[in-house]
Design a protein around this ligand. Sequence first.
Ligand code: HEC
Length: 179
Amino acid sequence: MRSGLFVMSAGLVALAAACAPPSPETPAAETPSAAEAAAATPRPITLPVSLNAVMVALVDHASEPLWLDAYEPPTTEAGWRAAEHHAYQMAVGGKLIQLAGTGPNDATWVADPKWISMSDEMSAAGMDALAATKAKNVALLNAAGDRLVAACEACHIDYKLGLPSMGIYKSPDYPVPER
Ligand code: HEC
């Protein structure tokens, strides 16, 4: 029954909309909304800093304490939690470095399929580290750290040798004691 709708202003609006003839230009079922169109179009993203800076401030910073050949394994709840956060950073960092930043060679690197697969390998090693930290398993974390370092070295051999590091160096006193 329509009569009930007339007592509410919202009902009036609904009724008016229902009565409006469909516009021939915009058949509702076929034309995507602006939001849908935007979602379907890949958005080009450029990182606000160079990939070199990402290496120093994120990749190196997060990976180093996961490398148990050089660092003590976590022994406390807080230590395992910190390692878990570092593992997340590596897993995501491997995907992040597939986006170019402001470095002069960044765009060339990320356009190279080999760069992408080497970055994916770093991300996969990060996921191994994540599983190890969730299980609090030192042997698994050690294996993940080895896979991680192999991923760094493989890419550096191909892309980094002889390159200037643009004056961005890692902190000599990292990591801070947190275990
Ligand atoms: C997909 C390739 C790739 C992977 C993987 C990669 N790097 Fe890099 N890294 C580079 C390139 C290329 C540069 C040089 C960037 C520049 O100078 O513009 C660099 C620079 C660096 C730098 C700064 C320069 C220096 O020598 O101090 C550090 C530190 C670094 N990487 C650490 C790491 C660590 C640690 C890992 C692994 C956990 C890693 N990188 C994984 C390609 C990679």
